[in-house]
Design a protein around this ligand. Structure first.
Ligand code: SAH
Length: 224
């Protein structure tokens, strides 16, 4: 890759953060800085690298998409990630959101149900020296009993309701951000654990691909 190309993407990335993330109300400087550094173009389909910093959910194969820049900023800001936090992400997809979370947190476990997407993301993490990410293939609607509890859980697919196994894997005071609603339109929910109680706040409308699996939608019901 020539220096010119590196410069071009860096410039596009700064513009993306200003116009598509900061101007729309994301104010957490740590989140904005993470988005200024993580190279979004390496996570999208290479044929679409030039459009990686545009305002859309780019396709990444297998009917899945990488979330829009603003939405990734909103997920990270709402979850209030601290640098010693352990994070679980459900829905690795391209790995872009994972890389943002890994820039903010101590360690990120990320679960993806589609093997090929998980492998693709894992290769990018290795190539760009993200050393605090653990990739898991499986049904993320069940969370990960092996690595629980988590200070933060970020679900990047829309669930029909809040999966209780996931909520129970939050640490005390832990936060989960999760889109909840119908197959195509959901509301981003923030769930905060307080002992055995879970306080739920509705943040704003959003549109993610469906969460499948035991506590998601059934695969056969869903049309992409
Ligand atoms: N965070 C991703 C968004 C990917 S889209 C990114 O930045 O690219 C959501 C992803 O969730 C898809 O890859 C889909 O395959 C995955 N997914 C859906 N249901 C799942 C489940 N039960 N367990 C794990 N992954 C799931």
């Amino acid at each position: 890759m020539s220096d010119n190309r590196i410069d071009r993407y860096t410039a596009k990335r700064q513009t993306m953060v200003e116009r598509l993330v900061s101007a729309r109300g994301i104010t957490d400087e740590k989140v904005l800085n993470a988005m200024r550094t993580v190279p979004r173009h390496v996570f999208v389909d290479q044929a679409l690298a030039d459009r990686a910093y545009d305002d859309y959910a780019a396709p990444i194969g297998d009917g899945q998409t990488v979330s829009q820049p603003y939405m990734v900023g909103l997920l990270a800001q709402t979850a209030k990630i601290g640098k010693s936090d352990t994070v679980l992400e459900v829905g690795t997809g391209s790995g872009y959101t994972t890389a943002i979370l890994a820039t903010l947190a101590e360690r990120v476990y990320t679960i993806e149900r589609i093997n090929s997407l998980s492998n693709r993301a894992r290769k990018i993490f290795n190539r760009f020296y993200y050393k605090n990410i653990v990739c898991i293939v499986g049904d993320g609607s069940l969370g990960s009993a092996m690595y629980a509890p988590f200070d933060v859980i970020v679900v990047t697919a829309g669930a029909p309701r809040i999966p209780m196994p996931l909520a129970r894997q939050l640490s005390e005071g832990g936060r989960m951000v999760i889109p909840v609603g119908e197959e195509k339109n959901q509301t981003l929910n923030l769930v905060i654990r307080d002992g055995n109680r879970f306080a739920v706040t509705r943040i704003e409308p959003c549109s993610f691909v469906p969460l499948l699996g035991k506590h998601g939608y059934e695969a056969k019901q869903v049309k992409y």
